[in-house]
Unconditional design. Structure first.
Length: 183
């Protein structure tokens, strides 16, 4: 049986109850539902969390898929721990004439070239900041929820293929098409 180990910060506490892994750091708590076939053990003296899998996970014909699922859970737990300690952030750029973003109460107000302004409610575990009027900064402890919300916002105006106008990630490189050729 193969073990994966994860060295953790002293201030992080784990609780495994009913196939749910609870992770606590200072006053923040998050959780991950765990499959029955993935076994977790904690060594509090060495501040280490051990992962392994039950034997029936590798006795069926889908061994490679199950190993990928196991590695996915390993990465999800790493993301949850990293999110509790450091948090995650990402940026969207509003590129285009008149494209703007601002915050009002708990809503993100977007002006994206439509005949009306878009008003999007910000979830309680995500923090949004607008630096200038064309940069939107998203911050959260949960990477999955952060990117789901960010891509939901981005879907309102995806970048144009010809001019690049729309909402795009800060580090996203757009491949623009060539316009009509004049004769």
């Amino acid at each position: 049986m193969k073990f994966y180990s994860l060295k953790i910060n002293k201030n992080i506490q784990f609780l495994i109850k009913n196939n749910i892994l609870y992770i606590k750091f200072k006053n923040n708590i998050t959780y991950i539902p765990i499959l029955k076939d993935i076994l977790l053990f904690q060594n509090t003296k060495k501040n280490t969390l051990f992962f392994t899998f039950s034997l029936n996970l590798f006795q069926n014909k889908f061994k490679e898929i199950n190993l990928k699922i196991f590695k996915l859970y390993y990465q999800l737990i790493l993301n949850k721990i990293n999110g509790l300690i450091n948090g995650f952030f990402s940026q969207l750029e509003c590129k285009g004439l008149g494209y703007k973003a601002k915050l009002k109460n708990n809503f993100l107000i977007l002006k994206l070239g439509f005949s009306h302004k878009l008003s999007i409610k910000i979830p309680k575990n995500i923090h949004v900041f607008c630096s200038k009027s064309n940069n939107i900064i998203f911050f959260s402890n949960d990477k999955q929820k952060l990117y789901l919300f960010m891509y939901k916002v981005k879907a309102f105006r995806k970048p144009d293929n010809y001019k690049g106008k729309g909402l795009k990630l800060k580090k996203e490189v757009l491949k623009l098409k060539e316009g009509k050729k004049s004769q």
